[in-house]
Ligand binder design. Sequence first.
Ligand SMILES: NC(=O)c1ccc[n+]([C@@H]2O[C@H](COP(=O)([O-])OP(=O)(O)OC[C@H]3O[C@@H](n4cnc5c(N)ncnc54)[C@H](O)[C@@H]3O)[C@@H](O)[C@H]2O)c1
Ligand SMILES: O=c1ccn([C@@H]2O[C@H](COP(=O)(O)OP(=O)(O)O[C@H]3O[C@H](CO)[C@@H](O)[C@H](O)[C@H]3O)[C@@H](O)[C@H]2O)c(=O)[nH]1
Length: 431
Amino acid sequence: MRVGVFGAGYIGLVTGACLASLGHRVVVRDIVPARVEMLRAGQVPLYEPGLEDLLRQNRDRLTFTLDAAEALEGTEVAFVCVDTPPSASGDADLSRVWSVVAELGSAPELKALVVKSTVPVGTGEQIRGVLETSGLGHLGYASNPEFTAEGRAVRDFLRPDRVVIGAEETETARLVTALHEGIDAPVEVMGVASAEMVKLAANALLATKITFINEIAAVCERTGADVLEVARAVGLDHRLGPHFLNAGLGYGGSCFPKDSRALRAMASNSGHPFQLLSAVIEVNDLQPRRAVQRLKDRLGGLRGRRVALLGLTFKPDTDDMREAPSEVLAARLLAEGCEVTGWDPMARLPDREPWTTRVRRTKTVAEAAEDCDALVVVTEWAELRDVDWSDVAHRMRGRVLFDGRNTLDREELASQGFVCMAVGRATAGED
Ligand SMILES: NC(=O)c1ccc[n+]([C@@H]2O[C@H](COP(=O)([O-])OP(=O)(O)OC[C@H]3O[C@@H](n4cnc5c(N)ncnc54)[C@H](O)[C@@H]3O)[C@@H](O)[C@H]2O)c1
Ligand SMILES: O=c1ccn([C@@H]2O[C@H](COP(=O)(O)OP(=O)(O)O[C@H]3O[C@H](CO)[C@@H](O)[C@H](O)[C@H]3O)[C@@H](O)[C@H]2O)c(=O)[nH]1
């Protein structure tokens, strides 16, 4: 089939490359000239494991354009993969989705519009109404939410737990199902509103699970229990499962924070105060702040202290800094009068943020740690396992290591002289 993909970001590029690998001809359209030029030159404007190879292997079936008409020429299905960031009110900003809808114009071969972007429930119905009034009522409409996680997006797309297709007409559901031929996963076909809700509900539940274990961790710290032991045994209950029970510095990224706020706003708009979700959002906002407070207590104040943040991205294996807990940590530490250094192998730092200009970024962990009072592991990059920690310890003026992801071997670190703080666990290496 010939497919047009609108948006060449994380989801658009992964969708385009994966659909091409399934044998479809794909035109990817973006509005940023530099992005399209890079893609045409065979470069990938973002880091996602496996994506560059997949784009290269399928370049015969993939083209990139700035021109909406070119993306629609001969196209049977148009995918909307544009960003839906939070607006000031917390509601999702759908302006980019509406831009794509406005661009559809007359595309004689177009059979269906498929929205992959995460949108509030009811968006599909609104779009269908607009298509109807603009003479495009013959187009099929589907919601096909995407569940890939960054860092494993290609694998998630090609081997998902399920494919969700929301469509009101059988023909559209059949068309979108056919596009996924070659993917071995259950296909759940349902109404458009339900499909839109599945995406928001899944993200909210995952965010709640993380927040729940972070709350348990806080109680563990006060009572002598160890959250790793607790989470492991709790997760063995097949009704609960072991996933998303890693206590840490809070969830970040382009989805959980934005989608939980959007679901809360949507619920409020419908007259239902989603109190559980409000609590999740509040607890998560506090999580990195709590870590700064603990560090302050440990160091006896933060003014004049030097602290290194190890890992800046919201999670490993991505360059994405959207809503990364490191931002709050850096901003808080700077506000408390610390000097802050930062190490990350991949982060694309937003150059307009005031905090990024005040954090000295280093190429190695050892450089970041030079003369520091404390280190904070913010992102559990695999590279941290290969660090020569005894060398790092000798470069520091203090010995505190706050493992914000419970990822390092704290007994070994303690034997090298570190005072190893953790989330939901006792501090190791105290005299
Ligand atoms: N990133 C993820 O892991 C993920 C996972 C599942 C769902 N989603 C959802 O998918 C959507 C896209 O997320 P993303 O992370 O890929 O965003 P992104 O910001 O990485 O990419 C969006 C792209 O769309 C382009 N764009 C904006 N307006 C356009 C237009 N009118 N026509 C064509 N292109 C346009 C932007 O220039 C940008 O390149 C969001 O709704 C997000 O919530 C994201
Ligand atoms: O046990 C855990 C698991 C995750 N996190 C944090 O949660 C955030 C999100 O992690 P993850 O879910 O792995 O990454 P995303 O790429 O944001 O993917 C989520 O958001 C996407 C966008 O909607 C969805 O498609 C995915 O299914 C969903 O997992 C990160 O900051 C993680 O550090 C924890 O703190 N503890």
